[in-house]
Design a protein around this ligand. Structure first.
Ligand code: ADP
Ligand code: TRP
Length: 319
């Protein structure tokens, strides 16, 4: 089984990325052959500074490795190190109905937020389909916000296969209900675009400050509180043990503990959870060639697979 996912190098990784996509992706490395890449072609739809793009791409590689991605089990590479993917995107675009792309929530949201409506932004889902299909991927771990892109990938692959024969493998999304939408400080989906994130590798003071600024209702200390509607409890339950989660749920329902105390518990647990990853990150940073070596090896493995699939595709369409 081949597992594939990508992440855009558009900013600093937050715990929504971690629990929604990276942790499941890392866990899936044990189940098959993992291909994970840094979607730098995609990031060109929003970043126009070459230094920023290069620095962000290295940083994503560093952070993903620090979080437990094992480059001996899977491949970590830059999207742009497999440029055939842009060729496949072109070929797929010729069978993709324009109306399918017009329905994309992500495109509509980005334009509503003020991004220029470039052709690249509009055809983003076609490149994403190419990313997935060029590696014969079976499973794609992502957060819920990517569900529609996965459906579009399947639609595009079906259309291609109907037209040219069964050339492309249909992938399945892997979206875990418990972590499909990690809430941010304001209770909305955590996202760098909303400024409501807790960064994975922020310093201690910053992480504490972010956790302490989680929005709550104004229940007094003595009041019983609803864990179900609390961002603090939701975040805590993503990674605390069963017993710890039960203890916090009961403390919410009992009353007598203020939100400030719950936030302190959440911060302490978060800081402890990411401690081994901070250590690993420092080790990787001390090894100057490590990231480049990992990315070069990953690109080599990815190219081998992509070349095979592209040979099938070119043959099928008559190129
Ligand atoms: P952002 O919304 O901060 O820009 P990205 O769109 O770069 O994040 O997301 C990268 C990956 O992380 C995707 O697979 C996405 O589904 C996942 N992800 C991002 N935010 C969350 C969240 N709040 N909950 C669950 N998954 C998320
Ligand atoms: N669109 C994804 C995001 O914004 C990134 C991405 C690009 C991706 N290509 C992919 C994810 C292929 C999974 C598979 O997060």
């Amino acid at each position: 089984m081949r597992i594939l996912s990508g992440i855009q190098p558009t900013g600093i990784l937050h715990i929504g990325n971690y629990f929604g996509m990276m942790r499941p992706a890392i866990a899936l490395q044990a189940e098959g052959e993992a291909f994970y890449f840094i979607a730098d072609y995609h990031a060109l739809t929003t970043i126009d500074n070459p230094e920023t793009l290069r620095a962000n791409s290295r940083r994503i590689a560093l952070d993903f490795l620090a979080c437990g991605l094992d480059p001996d089990r899977g491949a970590l590479f830059r999207q742009s190190d497999v440029p055939q993917v842009a060729e496949l995107a072109w070929i797929l675009s010729t069978v993709t109905p324009k109306a399918l792309l017009e329905r994309a929530h992500s495109y509509k949201d980005k334009v509503a937020r003020g991004l220029p409506a470039s052709a690249g932004l509009f055809t983003y889902p076609v490149l994403m389909a190419a990313d997935i299909l060029i590696y014969d991927s079976d499973l794609v771990p992502v957060g819920k916000d990517q569900k529609q892109h996965l459906e579009m990938t399947r639609d595009i692959a079906l259309k291609f296969n109907e037209t040219f024969g069964g050339v492309l493998r249909l992938p399945e999304p892997h979206i875990q209900p418990a972590t499909e939408t990690v809430p941010g400080l304001d209770g909305q989906k955590m996202s760098k675009s909303y400024g409501n994130t807790i960064d994975i590798f922020g310093d201690e003071k910053e992480m504490r400050k972010r956790v302490m600024s989680i929005v709550t209702d104004s229940s007094p200390v003595e009041a019983a509180k609803d864990p179900g509607s609390s961002t603090i409890f939701h975040l805590y339950s993503l990674f605390a043990s069963k017993d710890e989660t039960t203890a916090m749920r009961e403390a919410f329902q009992r009353g007598g503990t203020g939100y400030g105390d719950f936030k302190k518990q959440l911060f302490a647990k978060l800081w402890e959870y990411f401690e081994p990853m901070r250590k690993r990150r420092a080790e990787i940073l001390a090894d100057h060639d490590y990231i480049d070596t990992v990315l070069a090896r990953g690109a080599e493995r990815a190219n081998l697979v992509a070349d095979k699939v592209m040979a099938r595709v070119r043959e099928a369409v008559g190129l």
